[in-house]
Design a protein around this ligand. Sequence first.
Ligand SMILES: Cc1cc2nc3c(=O)[nH]c(=O)nc-3n(C[C@H](O)[C@H](O)[C@H](O)COP(=O)(O)OP(=O)(O)OC[C@H]3O[C@@H](n4cnc5c(N)ncnc54)[C@H](O)[C@@H]3O)c2cc1C
Length: 597
Amino acid sequence: MASNVASIGGRAYPITDHTFDVVIVGAGGAGLMAALQLPKDTSVAVISKVYPTRSHTGAAQGGVAAALGNQEEDHWKWHMFDTVKGGDYLVDQDAAEVLAREAIEAVYDLEHWGLPFNRTPDGKIDQRRFGGHTRNFGEGPVRRSCYAADRTGHMILQTMFQTAVKNQIRFFNEFLCTDLLVQENRAAGVVAYSIRDGEVHTFSAKAVIFATGGYGRAWRVTSNAMACTGDGMAIAYRRGVPLEDMEFYQFHPTGIYRVGVLLSEAARGEGAYLLNNTGERFMMRYTPTLNELAPRDIVSRSIVTEIREGRGILQTKRDGDDYVYLDVRHLGEAKIREKLPDITDFARNYLRVEPITEPVPIQPTAHYAMGGIPTDVEGRVVIDEHNTPLIGFYAAGEAACVSVHGANRLGTNSLVDLIVFGRRAGKHIARQLQANELDFAELPADAEDHTRAMISRLRAGTGETQDAIREDMRDVMMDLCGVMRTQAGLSQCKEKVAELQDRYSKVRIMDASTNFNTEMMEVIELGYVLDCAEATVAGALAREESRGGHFREDFPTRDDKRFLQHTLAYRADDGGVSELRYKPVVITEFQPKERKY
Ligand SMILES: Cc1cc2nc3c(=O)[nH]c(=O)nc-3n(C[C@H](O)[C@H](O)[C@H](O)COP(=O)(O)OP(=O)(O)OC[C@H]3O[C@@H](n4cnc5c(N)ncnc54)[C@H](O)[C@@H]3O)c2cc1C
């Protein structure tokens, strides 16, 4: 479609019904990678609520894992093993194998599109250490993360966006997807709300990919951008697709104190220390092999333990003023400026701390959703424990759960997940289209009704405005569904989230305008993130064990007998989690063992 404005009798009116072979919701790393796989004769639309280069992928700092072996010996099988072990054995091992094997080709794709990676002296892609990535099945750290200073995600996003523009992919920017259309048991398209003018648009498609990212905004302290509100997950969930393993939410150990902005693990990869109030490198006590480079769940718990046991730093003695230090001083100014320029600037800007001469106050920050929309290794969305696909519906990236991260994701394994599984989803659709296996379904005349009804309901709301609902959600999730969890806390959290849902059902919007009504957009997003929070708490309450990012103080050990399985949370038609089902973990090579580092 050449233009989205038509003219009748000299008067311009917007075209709001669109038809494309493939519609991709999300212009981050996963969405763009999928788009770039589709042949030139396929019509492709990429819908994004933010301008593509503002997608959260652009904030990724540390790197993308691939066993290239440019700096020292490495093998994809070691990468696969680390991924499985790092995920506390909840990883589907067939998917982890795909991830580790195909990472190598996918990184070379990025290189060929022109991504400016840091280089070794002989011109190869440089690689650095990252938590949980080891040589020879756990012997010691290995250099596996390919990087571009501490702005790897920015480079990935820019490189792919430029390639997409070159390939003439059609973008619908500042369009908020609000619904997935399902006809005759297959995905038939999406509905989106144009933020610019408040028009509702319908997109009919043979295949739909959700690459809508994560939902870190459910927590008070988070590394995630404002746009990370779990929209795709919630839209699918509202259409009957279960959400998988939502209780596994990762807290990254080193968020800027109180603000949550991330100080990448690249700092520790380059040799930074974590220090408590006595100046002790306390990680040496918890994980003597990997020290600061243990997986994130372990480091975050160790930090919280230090603080709880009185070894955090209490500067102003106000409630909650507890943190530990990230110390890069010993790396020296030259290395800091060369390898960690952005994150040290964050410390200067947000904390007025000079990392070259001072240690930086940090605390764990809500960072990454291991769970999401269940898919198989081709990126096809599956809707039950038997892996029944919903034809024409795909998901990739942080919105999806394939599941390569299991109970805990290793650093640099998300960017590689985006490019490997975004690529596979795109390629699978390309093959299906060529074989005529995917087709349009006729859309009903009332395709937009659901969205229009939602907007009318929000406009008619007479309750409170959104702010207190959002603030309360973020507090309650942080306090009761964070790094450490208990039955009592989670039960309270569940009740509180239900109460917030009730308050949300009456939420009032003050801004009645149609053009750039950001209040409307934020309120719709709040509804999505609340749904994600609800599924997270339900899964966490039912999972009476500790595994990876889910730590239950009342059940501190892993229980493979009862819980070596994935959770599937289904939503009731009138809201709330209706049912939790469980699905077996795929184990191919590595039998579950105790995780020791
Ligand atoms: C600060 C930070 C640093 C990180 N560093 C690393 C790292 O070094 N290495 C690593 O492997 N991982 C890292 N991660 C994780 C990784 O960056 C993310 O998991 C990943 O980028 C997510 O990519 P995505 O393509 O799935 O989604 P995103 O990049 O989040 O993009 C989501 C897209 O969906 C669109 N969208 C969402 N909802 C809607 C809607 N309703 N309608 C229309 N469009 C919508 C958005 O506009 C956006 O284009 C980091 C994450 C953060 C927050």
